[in-house]
Each structure stands twice: as structure tokens, then as C-alpha cells.
Design a protein around this ligand. Structure first.
Ligand SMILES: Cc1cc2nc3c(=O)[nH]c(=O)nc-3n(C[C@H](O)[C@H](O)[C@H](O)COP(=O)(O)OP(=O)(O)OC[C@H]3O[C@@H](n4cnc5c(N)ncnc54)[C@H](O)[C@@H]3O)c2cc1C
Ligand SMILES: NC(=O)c1ccc[n+]([C@@H]2O[C@H](COP(=O)([O-])OP(=O)(O)OC[C@H]3O[C@@H](n4cnc5c(N)ncnc54)[C@H](O)[C@@H]3O)[C@@H](O)[C@H]2O)c1
Length: 511
């Protein structure tokens, strides 16, 4: 990664008036500041963290993907026999794995810290909370006023009070897992969302005996049951014991001879379509492990902000309510990233932050209401119709873009769908990557793309084949006019595209 030389930070002056004060210097906050200074706004970023860089760089995307790559490589080496390779022994060296991760993350963090310190905007190293709608109190006792404020304070681990014993059990969080320099013998994972699945697979592949307990009937409840099932099969093949359809009754921790152990009591309902009816009634289960990971989700980090003093309202989930321009219930205060949601995904945090700042700049520049309306139209066009994209970095990866089948059914949108399995695709077969499928949804009349779901090797990369076509409202016919190199994994996408194109052509011929 390119390095920039550090410039001396600009000293900030208390009581100074800014066009924009940004609370939080993570992905949303930094990108808001970058956009604001490029638009000529006098800007301050306020962040009191001991280490600057934000969740993605320090304790989220980047460290988790650094470690997942190690686990995937170990897995590939250990499963090389079908390729005719005899590799006698591959073992993880955790201190070395951690040292590499720390080196990489320190590099990324220092790059971001240099960007934050580069002097284009004031960087104020304190925590902030509201005193009134335009005034912030800083943790060093000073105050700061701004015409506009962007809240970008991120999220923190959720510890639901409804689960007896959880608050006192001192469970690990994703932060602890990402910093481990030893391989735990046993681990129970509470939750079956993205963090749970990615980190359960990481540790299982490194050698931990993992049990995962998920409340919903499937893993990854926001994804399709078919996709979740492929991920479940893969986790089970890695030795993860999975309970879905559960209700946690109690989490307890006890210490004997200096060592802690966890007991998790829960009710487990076998799947409703189980052949034996008696299986459907809940059964009380108890799981014990040396360690317990709380992967029950994250909650917006807004409690210390005194939002009520600024007239900023939140949803029952704690997310800051914001309109399509990221304006909160106090129109000069905006929110972006995990603190407002609805998705906790980096590129969306950045997009929200940029939109908020461009809306602020438009409000400052527009001389008439008519001019503001025209600027809003422009912003709506640019930001309005971006397809939703998400990737789960398990092996195989699960990637989705645009509308899902669940969205299409709920909104009664007519659609055609075609899918092709990895185990019938030449390149996937020669890579021994036969788990998964590629599925495409399109409009039955025109063939306009509506969405795609790919579960399989490198699907987090392949899904980007749909990003531009979906953003440009292209059709399956447009995509089929593009060249597809042979033999590639990407080529698999042509099969569902062709099937949909054929269905549309056949329907037209009938008419
Ligand atoms: C384990 C894990 C893996 C993840 N992997 C991915 C992934 O692969 N891809 C993806 O897209 N997303 C991933 N995410 C989610 C992603 O990291 C977040 O959505 C994103 O980092 C949120 O950015 P943000 O700017 O909203 O918040 P943050 O980056 O958390 O920034 C908030 C900042 O605000 C500061 N702050 C808080 N309160 C105050 C205050 N009162 N005053 C001043 N400063 C304050 C904090 O110090 C912090 O620096 C992952 C998350 C986790 C936990
Ligand atoms: N690859 C990526 O893009 C990536 C990776 C990691 C995290 N993230 C982001 O970070 C966010 C946090 O991830 P996460 O996995 O911690 O949260 P999540 O909301 O995705 O999953 C939380 C899980 O805990 C379960 N749960 C919640 N409360 C419960 C209760 N009381 N009892 C039993 N089960 C309960 C939920 O059913 C769910 O399965 C996600 O929204 C995701 O967008 C993204």
C-alpha cells in the first residue's frame, strides 16, 4: 500500500466555527472529511480513539480477511490429495500468523492516520457529545460550534439483556478472536450471522472444535435458505457443530484452577419439516466449551452523544433516523455508517457519508429553493438507484447483488430466474471448487437484470460482473454481448444468463 509522509497536524482552536464537524473518523467520517474539503468546506473531524483508523481497518474487514486467507490456504494445502499432491504436514504457527496480521494492519492504519493528519481538515483527538443543536462538548472540556454536523460514530458489540447470564459471562467478541495468538481447544459461537460464520470457519480450520448456536431456522438469516444451506454444509465439513432454531436460556462462566469454562443452555427445535413429528418439539441442550464468542450482532454507538439535546431521534433499534439525504430529525445534522444503518457495510458507509456532505454543500451553495430542488434531483440520480451488494467471506463465499428472490416475492415483482451449479462447470471442476451455484434474476418482459446470487469459489469477485450492468439497468442480452474468456470461473455466469435469454425469446416466438 502506498505510504504518504506525515504532515504536522493543524492545531485546532476551541470555539472555532466550522461549516462541518464530523463526529467519528472511521470509514464514514474520514470519507466525509475528504469529500468536504474537496468541496471547500471548513471541516473538523473529532475522534477520541486511542488508535485512529476505524473498525474496518483495525478490528473488522481487514484483519478478519487477512486471517481468513491464512485459514483458506491451510485448508487448501491439507486438502491437496485430490490434486495428486502429497503434503505431509501443514500446521498453523499462530504467533507468526498474528505477527503478519499486525504488520499488515499497522501499515493500513498508519496510511489512514496519515490521511487524517494531512492538514486538509482539523483533526480533534477527543470524544464529543451534544450540548445543543450546533454545539459539541469535547472530552478535554472545550466546545466547538458548527453549521452542520455529521454523526459517524459507528457501532459496538450488542449484549442482549434478554439472555440470562450473558452480560456477566465476559464472552469474547470479534476483537478478541482477531487478536488470538493461540488456537483455542473448544469454542462455542453465539449467533449465526456473518461474523459468526466467518470466524467459526476461521477457527475450525485452524484446529478449534467449534459449536455454533443460531436462533433462526437457518444460518445467515438475511440470505436465501439455499445459500445458507451451502454455507452450513461447508462449515459442517470443517467440523463445526451447528444448532439452528434455538433459544438461548443461560450463558454461564466458571473458573477452576485459573481456567474459565462456559456452559450454554438452550432450547433446540429440530427443523419443522423433519420426518418424525416428535422431532419438532423443543429439546433442552447444554454445550460446554473453554471459550465463548458473542456474535449476536452490533448496536449503534450513540448512547454517549446526548442526541436528545440536538433533537436527533433514533429508531427502537438505536439507529439514528435519517432521510434519503442522510439528514436526521434535526435537518442540519446528518448521520452515516453503522450508527444509522440499515446495513453495516463499508462501501455503504462511505456512500452515505459522501451523499450527506454533497447535500450539505448543495444547501450552502443553492441561492433559491428552486436551485436546491434541482441539485437534489442531480444527487438523487447519482445515488438513488445503486444496487445493494454484499459478500460473506466464508469458503465458499456468498455474494449477492440487487434484489433477492425474497425481495422479489415480497414486492410481487414478476421475474425469471435461472441457476447453474459449480459442480457442472469445467473451471470449477478442475479447481476442485464444486460447491455452490450462480443464480440470476431478470425481468420476464425485457430481460432487465434484477439481481444475482452466487455461492462458490471467488463469488465475492464474480458478483462484480453484475455491478456495472445492474447500475446501468442492462439486460441479460447486453451481458451476453460481452466477451467471456474460456476457461474462467466468470464464464459460469453465461449459463443462467443464456437460459433467461432463451426463455424470453421462446415466449416472444409463441406470441
Ligand atoms: C469482524 C468484522 C468484520 C467485518 N467485515 C466487513 C467486510 O468484510 N466488509 C464490509 O463491508 N464490512 C465489514 N464489517 C463492517 C464494517 O467494518 C463497518 O460497517 C464499518 O467499519 C463502519 O464504519 P463507520 O465509519 O460507520 O464506523 P467506525 O469505523 O466504527 O468509526 C467510528 C469512529 O467514531 C469514533 N467515535 C465513536 N464515538 C465517538 C464520539 N462520541 N466522539 C468522537 N468520536 C467517536 C470511534 O472512535 C471510531 O473511530 C465488519 C465488521 C466486523 C465487526
Ligand atoms: N463480509 C462482510 O461484509 C461482513 C463481515 C462481518 C461483519 N459484517 C457486518 O457487521 C455486522 C455485524 O455482524 P454480526 O454477524 O455480528 O451481526 P448479524 O446481525 O449479522 O448477526 C447476529 C446474529 O445473532 C443472532 N441473534 C441476535 N440476537 C439474538 C438473541 N437474543 N438470541 C439468539 N440469537 C440472536 C441473529 O439471529 C443473527 O444470526 C453485520 O451487519 C455485517 O453487515 C460484514
Amino acid at each position: 500500500m502506498k505510504q504518504k509522509t506525515t504532515r504536522t497536524p493543524k492545531p485546532h482552536t476551541a470555539h472555532r466555527n466550522y461549516d462541518l464537524a464530523i463526529i467519528g473518523g472511521g470509514s464514514a467520517g474520514y470519507n466525509a472529511a475528504r469529500t468536504a474539503t474537496s468541496l471547500g468546506l471548513k471541516t473538523a473531524v473529532i475522534d477520541g480513539a486511542a488508535e485512529l483508523g476505524g473498525l474496518c481497518i483495525l478490528r473488522g474487514c481487514m484483519p478478519s480477511k487477512t486471517l481468513l486467507h491464512v485459514a483458506d490456504t491451510l485448508h487448501a494445502v491439507r486438502h491437496a490429495a485430490p490434486l495428486g499432491l502429497r503434503i505431509p504436514r501443514a500446521t498453523p504457527d499462530m504467533p507468526a500468523i498474528q505477527a503478519r496480521k499486525r504488520r499488515i494492519i499497522a501499515d493500513f492504519a498508519s496510511y489512514r492516520q496519515n490521511q487524517l493528519h494531512n492538514g486538509d481538515f482539523a483533526l480533534i483527538p477527543h470524544y464529543a457529545h451534544f450540548l445543543d443543536p450546533h454545539t459539541l462538548a469535547l472530552s478535554n472540556g472545550e466546545t466547538l460550534r458548527a453549521r452542520h454536523i455529521l454523526i459517524a460514530t459507528g457501532s459496538r458489540i450488542s449484549t442482549p439483556s434478554s439472555i440470562p447470564g450473558l452480560a456477566d459471562a465476559q464472552c469474547w467478541t470479534s476483537d478478541d478472536i482477531l487478536d488470538l495468538d493461540f488456537i483455542p481447544k473448544t469454542l462455542v459461537v453465539l449467533g449465526g450471522g456473518i461474523v459468526a460464520c466467518e470466524l467459526a470457519q476461521l477457527l475450525a480450520r485452524l484446529g478449534t472444535r467449534v459449536t455454533l448456536i443460531q436462533r433462526s431456522a437457518q444460518l445467515l438469516r438475511d440470505h436465501s435458505a439455499q445459500a445458507a444451506d451451502v454455507i452450513r454444509q461447508s462449515l459442517e465439513a470443517d467440523g463445526v457443530e451447528i444448532f439452528t432454531n434455538t433459544q438461548l436460556l443461560r450463558v454461564s462462566r466458571k473458573t477452576a484452577r485459573g481456567k474459565a469454562s462456559y456452559t450454554i443452555e438452550f432450547e433446540h427445535k429440530k427443523s419443522a419439516n423433519s420426518a418424525k413429528r416428535r422431532d419438532a418439539s423443543p429439546k433442552r441442550e447444554v454445550v460446554t466449551a473453554q471459550h465463548c464468542l458473542n456474535a449476536l450482532g452490533r448496536t449503534p454507538h450513540t448512547a454517549p452523544l446526548a442526541l436528545d439535546l440536538a433533537g436527533v431521534k433514533t429508531a427502537p433499534s438505536g439507529h439514528i433516523l435519517a432521510n434519503r439525504w442522510q439528514q436526521t430529525t434535526a435537518p442540519h445534522i446528518y448521520a452515516a455508517g453503522d450508527c444509522t444503518g440499515p446495513h453495516e457495510i463499508v462501501h455503504l458507509a462511505i456512500q452515505q457519508a459522501e451523499l450527506a456532505v454533497r447535500h450539505i454543500a448543495a444547501a450552502l451553495e443553492a441561492k433559491t429553493a428552486r436551485e436546491m430542488t434541482s441539485r437534489r434531483k442531480h444527487l438523487a440520480k447519482e445515488y438513488g438507484r445503486r444496487p445493494l451488494l454484499s459478500v460473506v467471506f466464508t469458503d465458499p463465499q456468498l455474494a449477492q447483488i440487487g434484489l433477492s428472490e425474497r425481495d422479489l416475492k415480497t414486492s410481487n415483482t414478476p421475474y425469471l430466474c435461472a441457476s447453474y451449479p459449480y459442480d457442472d462447470h469445467g473451471k470449477a471442476i478442475l479447481l476442485e471448487a464444486t460447491r455452490g451455484y450462480a443464480k440470476v434474476f431478470a425481468s420476464p418482459r425485457t430481460g432487465r437484470l434484477l439481481g444475482a446470487e452466487i455461492v462458490g469459489r471467488d463469488s465475492g469477485e464474480l458478483i462484480h460482473c453484475f455491478s456495472t450492468p445492474l447500475a446501468m439497468r442492462a439486460t441479460v442480452f447486453d451481458m451476453l454481448r460481452a466477451p467471456w474468456y474460456h476457461p474462467t470461473l466468470a464464464e459460469i455466469l453465461t449459463y443462467p444468463l443464456e437460459e433467461i435469454a432463451d426463455q424470453i425469446s421462446a415466449a416472444k416466438t409463441k406470441v
